[in-house]
Design a protein around this ligand. Structure first.
Ligand code: SF4
Ligand code: SF4
Length: 259
């Protein structure tokens, strides 16, 4: 697992660099970007830009991947790919201290179906009933204007057991909002505070990422969903999404720095 305290603005790591070991360079984190390499311009432009954008490294910047990056970090032609991988690892690892969180993929589908099919009430309000294909479709579904890079379809594991599934979209419908497209916990552990704990940790992680609010929907009339999200501080915005089979109530929660 990456130690993000050692990751520089451009996604490198100075630990182990010979110049640092030999005392020729203090390391750009330690020297706030004022390293011999960039002495002419006073400070590394990438480091300065991250500071200005309040981002730990470029992959976590709201403008990532910006047009300037390929030219600013011209020595690495794979820089966007590299920073995207770091961004995914950072976001996912920051989602929970209590559970192991990882991206769910094709081989996890049977486990996801098995978790979902016990939540029969959910599908009474939001038909059709879960199937392997419906989960596969959800794994690839994106809201308008978003790409797969913004989507985190993740599982929360207690040891090897899947206890919750979340579909999270970063920066939707605007740059400072995170959107929960789907959240479901294992019926066997419901009403024990686990779902609320995951959502509280999510709020903290999204706040650290610079998000200002979380938005989501529940299906009109579903008492369990309404109770859960109200209990966790989510309030109706007044907007609804009407589909052929149900009406979704749009709700939001503002994030504070001390979430
Ligand atoms: S390019 Fe800038 S941010 Fe990257 S390691 Fe060098 S000084 Fe640090
Ligand atoms: S992603 Fe672009 S705008 Fe954001 S900090 Fe990096 S160089 Fe600056």
């Amino acid at each position: 697992m990456t130690d993000f305290t050692t990751i520089t603005a451009c996604g490198e790591c100075c630990t182990g660099c010979l110049k640092k070991i030999n005392g020729e360079c203090p390391g750009c984190i330690e020297a706030d970007g004022r390293v011999p390499e960039w002495a002419q311009s006073g400070m590394c432009k990438v480091h300065a830009c991250c500071k200005e954008h309040n981002a730990r490294f470029c992959g976590l910047c709201r403008e990532f991947p910006c047009d300037k990056l390929p030219q600013m970090i011209s020595w690495n032609p794979e820089i966007i790919k590299h920073l995207s991988r770091l961004r995914d690892e950072y976001i996912i690892s920051d989602l929970s201290d209590k559970y192991e969180v990882r991206t769910l993929s094709e081989e996890d589908i049977p486990q996801v179906v098995s978790l979902c099919e016990k939540n029969t009430l959910y599908y009474q309000y939001c038909p059709p009933f879960v199937s392997e294909q419906s989960i596969r479709d959800d794994m690839g579904a994106l809201p308008p204007g978003k790409t797969a890079a913004d989507k985190y379809y993740v599982g929360f594991f207690d040891e090897d057991r899947l206890v919750a599934v979340m579909d999270l979209i970063i920066a939707f419908p605007n740059n400072t909002t995170a959107f929960i497209g789907f959240f479901m916990t294992d019926a066997a552990v419901q009403n024990k505070g686990m779902g609320s704990n995951i959502i509280t940790e999510l709020c903290d992680a999204m706040s650290r990422l610079g998000m200002k609010e979380i938005r989501l929907c529940w299906v009109e009339g579903n008492p369990q969903a309404e109770h859960f999200w109200h209990k966790n501080g989510y309030k109706e915005t007044g907007a609804t999404n009407v589909t052929e089979t149900y009406t979704a109530i749009v709700a939001r929660k503002e994030l504070r720095d001390d979430n």
